[in-house]
Design a protein around this ligand. Structure first.
Ligand SMILES: [Zn+2]
Length: 596
C-alpha cells in the first residue's frame, strides 16, 4: 500500500525526533544537534547525531541516517508502512484505510484548495470586522499591536471564531465537500463521527499569499496562553512551508535592494506599516536552504532581524550560515534601546530605524562582536580562547579572500599578529579536511573488507563518477530550485547520464516525486529504498552541507562533469564494441582464408 504524502508529512510534523530517538539512545546536546552512541553499530565515541531542526538523524560511523521513519524501520525492524503506522499511533493519527490510500490529497486539486482558501479568507475577514464575533481579534490587532484598519485590510487579516463548526457550515453552503476542506487543512476530521470540524478556533488569522496573489495557507495565533501559540497550515496540494515566505508578495515589489528577515508575522506587519515593505518571515519554521534560494532570486542582501534572546540569536547564526551558502550578503541588525524592531520604530521613528539598517553588521562582524563580548581580553588565557574561537569561525569561510579580510580584522581587534591567526586558521581547515578523509577512507576500508559496496556495487568500478553523482544527488536534495530546473529540462540531466545504477534509481525517484502533485519530500523516498539505502542518500546530502559551496554555478558544473564522464564511458564502450567487432571480423576473415 502506498501512503499519501501529506499523511506521511503530517506524521513527521507531529513526531518529535529527539524524544523518539531518546527512547533508544542517550543523547547529549552540542550546538543545535544532539549526539550519542550509535544504536546500529558498536562504538566507544559517539558519532551518531540527531538534528531536531532538520528532523533527521545520521551516523558518521556506519552511515545510518534518514527521517524518524527510517529510524523506526531500523530500530524496530519494520517495513516503511508499518513504521509510519507506529509513529501515527504515537501521534494519535488514524492511518488512512486501504481504499483511501490514494486519497485524500491526490483527488483534490490544487485549484480547488486555492478556491477553498480564498473563500475561507473572506470568512475570517468578515468575522473580524463583525463586532459581535470579531471583538477579541480586533482588540488584539488595534489595541495590543497598534495596527491601523488600513494595515489590517492590506494584509487581509481575520478572526476564526471559537466554535466547532462556523467555518465548516459556511464552506458547505459555498459548495465545498468535507474531503476538500480536510485536504485544504481548513478542517479536521472527528475520530468519533468522521465529520469535519473547524481547525482554527479562537485565533487571529494571517492569510499567506504566494507571489501570484493566491491564498495558499493560513497562520493562526491564539489570544491567550494556550498551546500551540501559532497554528499553521500543513503541506497541502497547494502549499509547502519551505517554498514560501510571508509577505514576499509585497516585498518583491518594494524596489528595495535588500530584504529584512523577521521572526514572525507580527514583526513583518509592523515593519510594513512603518514603511519597510521589504520585510518577510518564514512560516513558523526555521530558515531552510530552499528559503535561501528564494531570497537569492529577489535580492542580494538580507538583514536578519531576530529577537535579542538566546533562541533568536541561535536562529540568527543558523540563518546567516544558510543564506551565506548561496552567496547572499547577510547582515545582522543590532537593536539597542528597545526589545525589538517594532518597539524601536515606535520609540525612535522610521528614519532612525532606516539608519540602523544601513549600519547593520556583516555576519562576520556580528560573530566577532559576540565572541569578543564573552571574553575579557586583558586576561591572557581569555584572549587565547577568544582567538581560537575566532579562527574556528574564519576557517568556515571557503573563500581565501574572505578569510584574509576577516583575519586582518580579527588581528586588529585582538592586537595579535595576523600570521599567528592565519596559521591557526589553516591548521583548523586542514584538520577538518583530514577528518573527513579519514572518515571516508575508514568507510572505504570497510567496503574492501566486505568485498565491495553492497549498496552501490558499481561505485568501485568508477569512484570518480560515483562521487560526482553523490554530489549532484546531495545538491538536488538540498535545493528545490535545482530539482525544478532539472525536472523542467532547463538544466540538462537525464537518468542515462548516471553511471551507477544506485544513484540513477535515486535520481529517478527524486524526479518522480518532484513531478507529482504533492511535490518532493525526503521521507517519501523511504517507500522505494531500504533503510540502509536511505542512510546512503542522507549521506549524499550531509557531505554537501558539511564541507562545500552549493551555488548554482557549482551545481551546473558538477552536472557538466557527470555528463562528460558518462559520454566518455559511452565512447569507451562504443570503442570497445568496435574493436571487438573488428577482432571478430578479422578472425572470421582468417577462418575463411583457412577454409579456402
Ligand atoms: Zn552507526
Amino acid at each position: 500500500m502506498r501512503l499519501p504524502e501529506n499523511f506521511v508529512q503530517e506524521v513527521l510534523d507531529r513526531t518529535n525526533i529527539e524524544e523518539l530517538v531518546g527512547r533508544y539512545v542517550t543523547l547529549k546536546k552540542t550546538g543545535s544537534n544532539l549526539v550519542g552512541l550509535c544504536p546500529f553499530h558498536s562504538e566507544k565515541t559517539p558519532s551518531f547525531t540527531v538534528s531536531p531542526d532538520k528532523k533527521m538523524f545520521f551516523c558518521f560511523g556506519c552511515h545510518a541516517g534518514g527521517s524518524a521513519i527510517t529510524f523506526v524501520q531500523k530500530a524496530e525492524n519494520m517495513e516503511f508502512v508499518d513504521a509510519v503506522a507506529f509513529l501515527a499511533d504515537r501521534a494519535g493519527l488514524p492511518m488512512p484505510r486501504e481504499s483511501e490510500a490514494h486519497a485524500p490529497g491526490e483527488s483534490v486539486s490544487r485549484k480547488r484548495v486555492l478556491e477553498a482558501n480564498l473563500e475561507a479568507a473572506k470568512f475570517f475577514r468578515a468575522c473580524l470586522f463583525d463586532p459581535a464575533i470579531g471583538a477579541p481579534g480586533m482588540a488584539y490587532f488595534r489595541e495590543k499591536r497598534g495596527l491601523s484598519d488600513a494595515t489590517i485590510k492590506h494584509f487581509g487579516l481575520g478572526y476564526a471564531p471559537d466554535t466547532i463548526g462556523s467555518l465548516t457550515d459556511y464552506m458547505h453552503k459555498k459548495g465545498f465537500t468535507d474531503e476538500e476542506l480536510q485536504v485544504a487543512f481548513l478542517c479536521g476530521k472527528s475520530r468519533k463521527t468522521g465529520r469535519s470540524y473547524d481547525y482554527f478556533r479562537g485565533r487571529v488569522m494571517f492569510p499567506i499569499l504566494d507571489t501570484s496573489g493566491n491564498v495558499v495557507a493560513f497562520g493562526g495565533r491564539v489570544l491567550d496562553d494556550s498551546k500551540p501559540k501559532y497554528l499553521n497550515t500543513s503541506d497541502t496540494p497547494a502549499f509547502k512551508k519551505s517554498n514560501h515566505l510571508f509577505a514576499l508578495n509585497f516585498a518583491r515589489h518594494s524596489g528595495a535592494e535588500r530584504m529584512i528577515l523577521c521572526e514572525g508575522y507580527m514583526d513583518v506587519i509592523a515593519m510594513h506599516a512603518a514603511g519597510f515593505e521589504n520585510a518577510v518571515a518564514t512560516l513558523g519554521t526555521a530558515i531552510t536552504p530552499n528559503h535561501a534560494r528564494i531570497f537569492s532570486k529577489y535580492t542580494k542582501q538580507v538583514v536578519i532581524s531576530y529577537d535579542a534572546d538566546d533562541a533568536g540569536q541561535a536562529a540568527a547564526k543558523k540563518a546567516m550560515q544558510i543564506l551565506g551558502e548561496v552567496g547572499i550578503d547577510v547582515r545582522v541588525l543590532r537593536v539597542e534601546g528597545a526589545k525589538d524592531p517594532d518597539e524601536y520604530i515606535r520609540k525612535f521613528g522610521a528614519e532612525r530605524f532606516s539608519r540602523l539598517l544601513d549600519a547593520s553588521r556583516t555576519g562576520f562582524e556580528y560573530q566577532l562582536d559576540t565572541i569578543l563580548k564573552r571574553h575579557d581580553l586583558s586576561v591572557g588565557q581569555e584572549k587565547i580562547k577568544a582567538s581560537s574561537e575566532l579562527c574556528a569561525v574564519i576557517a568556515e569561510y571557503s573563500s581565501a579572500v574572505e578569510r584574509e579580510v576577516y583575519l586582518a580584522e580579527a588581528a586588529k581587534r585582538l592586537e595579535l599578529p595576523i600570521e599567528a591567526l592565519r596559521n591557526t586558521t589553516e591548521k583548523i581547515r586542514r584538520k577538518k579536511y583530514e577528518d573527513y578523509r579519514a572518515r571516508e577512507s575508514r568507510d572505504a576500508r570497510a567496503t574492501i573488507k566486505n568485498f565491495g559496496d553492497p549498496i552501490n556495487p558499481e561505485a568501485a568500478k568508477d569512484p570518480k563518477a560515483a562521487a560526482t553523482e553523490e554530489a549532484i544527488i546531495g545538491m538536488l536534495l538540498m535545493f528545490e530550485e535545482y530539482r525544478r530546473e532539472v525536472a523542467a529540462g532547463r538544466i540538462l540531466l537525464e537518468p542515462t547520464d548516471f553511471i551507477t545504477d544506485f544513484y540513477r534509481r535515486v535520481f529517478q525517484a527524486i524526479l518522480k516525486l518532484q513531478n507529482s502533485e504533492q511535490g518532493f519530500a525526503f521521507a517519501m523516498l523511504g517507500q522505494d529504498f531500504s533503510p540502509d539505502e536511505m542512510g546512503r542518500i542522507q549521506k549524499a546530502e550531509m557531505a554537501r552541507r558539511e564541507l562545500t559551496q552549493n551555488g548554482p554555478q557549482v551545481f551546473r558544473s558538477t552536472v557538466e562533469n557527470l555528463r562528460a564522464l558518462s559520454e566518455a564511458a559511452r565512447n569507451k564502450d562504443a570503442d570497445l564494441q568496435t574493436r571487438l567487432e573488428n577482432i571478430r571480423k578479422s578472425k572470421l576473415h582468417k577462418r575463411k582464408g583457412q577454409d579456402e
